[in-house]
Design a protein around this ligand. Structure first.
Ligand code: AMP
Ligand code: ZN
Length: 107
């Protein structure tokens, strides 16, 4: 499968991770739409948050905990956590990822 986020999470495309856990990684969005814009991505491929939620409770929890850590370490505490799901909702990469976005970076 030709999935850009599988290539990033597996290290085929070298990427600087801002945080990682056993089954998930976080890296800066290549085209940030807020002063802080970080993606939180499971290493295993699921196409979207619906598929992940239906499949793996532990991984879902781990993803949320990593997103929470990313927000704590990179934002002023006020942030948005979002999952675009489906192309008409704006999803462009079909490997599930959370966007952590914030106007204020951690001081
Ligand atoms: P979405 O539109 O919700 O599927 O989000 C996909 C996000 O991935 C967009 O915000 C893109 O800017 C970002 N993106 C695409 N390719 C890369 C990449 N190679 N490295 C980092 N972010 C990327
Ligand atoms: Zn993938």
């Amino acid at each position: 499968m030709d999935c850009i986020f599988c290539k990033i999470t597996s290290g085929v495309i070298p990427t600087n991770f801002v945080a990682e856990s056993e089954h998930a990684v976080a890296f800066k969005d290549i085209s940030p739409r807020q002063p802080v814009h970080i993606l939180v991505v499971p290493r295993k491929h699921f196409s979207d948050i619906a598929e992940l939620t239906d499949s793996d409770d532990n991984l879902l929890l781990e993803l949320m905990k990593l997103a929470r850590k990313v927000a704590a370490e990179n934002t002023d505490g006020s942030f948005r956590l979002s999952f675009n799901t489906g192309s008409s909702a704006g999803q462009t990469v079909f490997h599930v990822h959370a966007h952590v976005t914030a106007k204020g970076a951690k001081a």
